[in-house]
Design a protein around this ligand. Structure first.
Ligand code: UFG
Length: 334
C-alpha cells in the first residue's frame, strides 16, 4: 500500500515523507517545486513533478500508483500577508486545487485524505486556548481558503465517502534533529527563520511587527510545535482513518503561548548571538493571540509531541541553518 504525499517537497511535507519512510511506509510524492525543493525529498520516495490543478497529471499518477491507502495533502500557499495582497491566488491554488484533487480521488476510488488546515481558520479567537469546536471566522484570505477546503471535504465525505482528517496547525518550527532537512522559503516571512537569518548575519535586524497588542508584552502570542512532532500527527491521523474511524478535525499545537519578544529571547539563548531587533508597525491580518487546546489530538490520535521546549525547537532550526547557510542551494539546487 502506498501513501501519496502532495506537497512532499515542502517544509512540513518533506519532514512527513521522511518520517513515513523511517516507519516503513511506501511513499509517492507529488510536488510542482514552485516552493518545494527536490533535494528535500527522501530518496526512497517516488517523485512526480506536477501541479495539483492539472487533472491529467493527477490521473497519470493515480493510474501508476494503483494501491493508494491514503493521501496526505500539503500542497498549498501559506503566507498570511501575501494572501491579504493577492486573495485570488490563495482561493485558486488552495481551494481550487483541493477540488481537482478530490475529483481525482473520487474517480480513482481513493477514500482517505489527511490535509493541512490552520489555526488561521479561527481568526481572532473569542477564548484561549482555542478548541476545535470554537467558531471559525478567519481574518485573512489564507485562513478563509483553508476553511473552504474543510467545508468542501466535509460535503465530499457525505457524498462520495472520502474520509478526512483536517489538521489545524498552529506555528510550526524547527528541523529534523540531524540537520539534513529544514525550512527554506524564498522569500522567508516566518518569525523564527527570519530571527536566525539575523543571527547568521544575513539580515541586519528583526522588525517586530506590532507592540501594542493586548498581550503580556504587547507583541503577538503564538503556539509553536516542532515540525517532526507535526509530521508524526499526520501518520497517526492516517492510521486513525485506516482503523475505520470517522472524519475529524484536530488542533496541533503545544498549548503554550510565546510572545514574539519571548521567541527573540529564546533564539538569543539558543544561538548565543545578540540578534538586533526594533519595533515596527503591525502586519495586516495578524490575530493577537493563537494558542491551541490540543488535548483532543493527544487523546483521540494518541499524539505525544517530543519537543516541549521552544529553545530546543529553535536549536534544531539553528542546526539546519548553520549546516545549510544557503538552504537547499548548498546542494546545487535553487
Ligand atoms: N513577525 C515579526 N517579524 C517578522 C516576521 C514575523 O514580528 O519579520 C511576527 C508576525 O507579525 C507574527 C509572528 O511573528 O506576530 C509569527 O509570524 P509568522 O509569519 O512566523 O507566522 P504566522 O503566525 O503569521 O502564521 C503561521 C503560519 C500560518 C498559520 C499560522 C497560525 O504561517 O500558516 O501560523 O498560527 F496559519
Amino acid at each position: 500500500m502506498t501513501v501519496v504525499v502532495l506537497g512532499g517537497a515542502g517544509y512540513i511535507g518533506s519532514h512527513t515523507v521522511d518520517r513515513l519512510i523511517e516507519k516503513g511506509y511506501d511513499v509517492a510524492v507529488i510536488d510542482n517545486l514552485i516552493t518545494g525543493h527536490r533535494a528535500a525529498v527522501n530518496p526512497k520516495a517516488r517523485f512526480y513533478q506536477g501541479d495539483i490543478h492539472d487533472r491529467a497529471f493527477l490521473d497519470e499518477v493515480f493510474n501508476k500508483e494503483t494501491n493508494v491507502e491514503g493521501v496526505i495533502h500539503f500542497a498549498a500557499f501559506s503566507i498570511v500577508p501575501e494572501s491579504m495582497k493577492d486573495p485570488l491566488k490563495y482561493f485558486d491554488n488552495n481551494t481550487g486545487g483541493m477540488i481537482t484533487l478530490l475529483k481525482a480521488m473520487r474517480d480513482h476510488n481513493i477514500k482517505r485524505i489527511i490535509f493541512s488546515s490552520t489555526a488561521a481558520t479561527y481568526g481572532e479567537p473569542k477564548q484561549i486556548p482555542i478548541k476545535e469546536t470554537d467558531p471559525q471566522i478567519p481574518t485573512n484570505p489564507y485562513g478563509e481558503s483553508k476553511l473552504c477546503m474543510e467545508k468542501i471535504i466535509h460535503w465530499s465525505d457525505l457524498a462520495y465517502g472520502i474520509k478526512f482528517v483536517a489538521l489545524r496547525y498552529f506555528n510550526v518550527a524547527g528541523a529534523k534533529a540531524d540537520g539534513s532537512i529544514g525550512e527554506d522559503h524564498h522569500p522567508e516571512t516566518h518569525l523564527i527563520p527570519i530571527i536566525l537569518q539575523v543571527a547568521a548575519g544575513e539580515r541586519t535586524g528583526l522588525k517586530i511587527f506590532g507592540t501594542d497588542y493586548p498581550t503580556k508584552d504587547g507583541t503577538n502570542v503564538r503556539d509553536y510545535v516542532h515540525v517532526v512532532d507535526l509530521a508524526d500527527a499526520h501518520i497517526l491521523a492516517l492510521e486513525y482513518l485506516k482503523a475505520g474511524n470517522d472524519s475529524n478535525a484536530f488542533n496541533l499545537g503545544s498549548s503554550t503561548g510565546f510572545s514574539n519578544k519571548e521567541i527573540l529571547e529564546a533564539a538569543r539563548k539558543a544561538t548565543g548571538k545578540e540578534i538586533p531587533a526594533e519595533d515596527a508597525p503591525r502586519r495586516a491580518g495578524d490575530p493577537s493571540t493563537l494558542i491551541a487546546a490540543s488535548d483532543k489530538a493527544r487523546k483521540v490520535l494518541g499524539w505525544k509531541p517530543q519537543y516541549d521546549d521552544v529553545e530546543e525547537i529553535i536549536k534544531t532550526a539553528w542546526n539546519w541553518k548553520t549546516s545549510h547557510p544557503k538552504g537547499y542551494n548548498d546542494r546545487g539546487e535553487a
